[in-house]
Design a binder for this molecule. Structure first.
Ligand code: APR
Length: 232
């Protein structure tokens, strides 16, 4: 008997894959960082200075996430699993890959629908509904904060992401400006035989290596086509 091993696909996603589900990206004219200062709402210092404002910022992100639905791009990635071993590494804090039905998802920057203790980072809890407030405490009595990685904080899942990427036969990068590290390092971790696709309407401005296959289109347009090709 001989077992055929599935080829390994790693998918690195960023805010662009959820843009067509109605969630704002971070950079660019309509980006979240045009309306907020990163250091105010996405840093430990910002939380120390004005915790209520930071919680409100993430409460808004959480309601938008709950109202959003997975789009054709999230759904197409699920179809790939019938032929490939697919691992999704996402910088997104939304749960649209989970709700689309993808099986293996690694969140690099945390998960908006979860909270964690401000004192014990390992203590993570699901949030019931949209709102996390000052005074919401973990069972050990500490204030809860959003379970997201802020600028200046370590990215605990990065080593797992490196290991997955180094083993990939195909890497698909979707909707990320590749401006935030260490996540942006992942595209340099692939083995020499790995084929890389980049799906992003602005891909031409990303300064990619020559052998990268670029699909400069919106994710919901490119992904169903790419998945169909990879299934044949
Ligand atoms: N389909 C595909 N890509 C799109 C679409 C779309 N419909 N719309 C926009 N994009 C692309 C943009 O061209 C851009 O290159 O998505 C990318 C979004 O880039 P950013 O806003 O920088 O988001 P991202 O790369 O995910 O940001 C990384 O920055 O602030 C932090 O923690 C936050 O995880 C986030 C990290």
């Amino acid at each position: 008997m001989r077992m055929m091993l599935k080829k390994k696909v790693v998918v690195l996603t960023g805010a662009g894959i959820s843009a067509e589900s109605g969630l704002q990206t971070f950079r660019g004219l309509d980006g979240l960082w045009e309306g907020y200062k990163v250091e105010d709402v996405a840093s430990p210092e910002g939380f120390r200075l004005d915790p209520q404002m930071v919680l409100e910022f993430y409460n808004q992100r959480r309601s938008a996430c709950i109202a959003a639905k997975p789009n054709e791009a999230h759904l197409a990635l699920v179809d790939l699993e019938s032929k490939y071993e697919v691992n999704i590494i996402t910088q997104n804090i939304d749960d649209l890959h989970e709700r689309a039905g993808s099986k293996r998802i690694l969140h690099l920057h945390g998960e908006i629908r979860k909270a964690r203790s401000t004192l014990y980072p390992e203590d993570v809890y699901p949030i019931d509904g949209c709102v996390l407030n000052i005074g919401d405490r973990c069972p050990r009595g500490t204030q809860l904060r959003p379970h997201v990685v802020w600028f200046g904080e370590p990215v605990p899942n990065m080593n797992k992401a490196y290991v997955l990427t180094q083993d990939a036969d195909i890497l698909i990068v979707i909707g990320t400006s590749l401006q935030v590290y260490p996540a942006a390092n992942l595209i340099h971790e692939i083995k020499s035989t790995c084929r890389t696709y980049v799906v992003d309407p602005s891909a031409d401005s990303l300064r990619l290596k020559e052998d990268v296959l670029i699909m400069a289109e919106k994710a919901t347009v490119a992904l169903p086509k790419l998945v169909k090709d990879l299934m044949n």
